[in-house]
Unconditional design. Sequence first.
Length: 277
Amino acid sequence: MGIFDKLLKKKKAEELFEAEDTNVDVDSDDDIDEDTEQEVSPGGSTIYKHDEVKDEGWRAPQAYGVFAEEINEYFSKVFPDREEFVFHEIISDLVHIDVNIMRPNETAPYYFVYTTGMSDLPMHVPTEIEDRDKYLYGELFMMMPDTWNPGSTGELSEDIPDSEYWPIDLIKYFARFPHEYHTWLGWGHTIPNGPEYSPLCEGSDMGGIILTQLGGDLEALTASSGERINFYMIVPAYKEEIEFKLEHGMDALDDIFAEKNLPMIIDINRGNYCIDK
């Protein structure tokens, strides 16, 4: 069973995720939970094998909406003249994650989906990382096709079919992930959907994600208080693409993505770029 299998059986908004065993490859970290096993891939990535999170009961968020207003205002300027609505968490565990959805318009015919709340707390970035302070805070985003139907303003999550709701669950899960597992997320990090790379959603063979970072307005925001908030784009990926990255490194995979012209808008039926690698 993959870590997203529960997500495909969508929970109500007030219910909490329960993470199963999963692997995430990141750069080395001496601040990772002591129960986390480590190994190094041929491509030089440190792989952390996280055990299922111990049930500590409900944990009230330590902060709430620290940078949310600034992030909302920032993306409203980057993507002007868009209708926007928010999926608010009713009860939040550890951190309060909201999913903000900007609807398509004539000049940008795609949904822009981003989180706020992931940056309420700093991530557990390794102390040996150069310019460590630049990577402490992050938020996630994805671009969805205009054929996606995430519902209407004020609609409850349980009223939206799983086939449409899975991207919302997915981005919420990973926004909470670094705080739940005492780790960090950044450019080039990959997370498979369990050891068997179970499909992320019905109708697709993609079995994990890769995080990438774009340049320009979608790279980062410097908050008024000085913190850098990085924006990482979620790229659903096939098993072969993730394994290629572990074998050869993210730069090599980036070259393939560029050669194949990886679409910025999520297409769960796109080709597998590493099937023959």
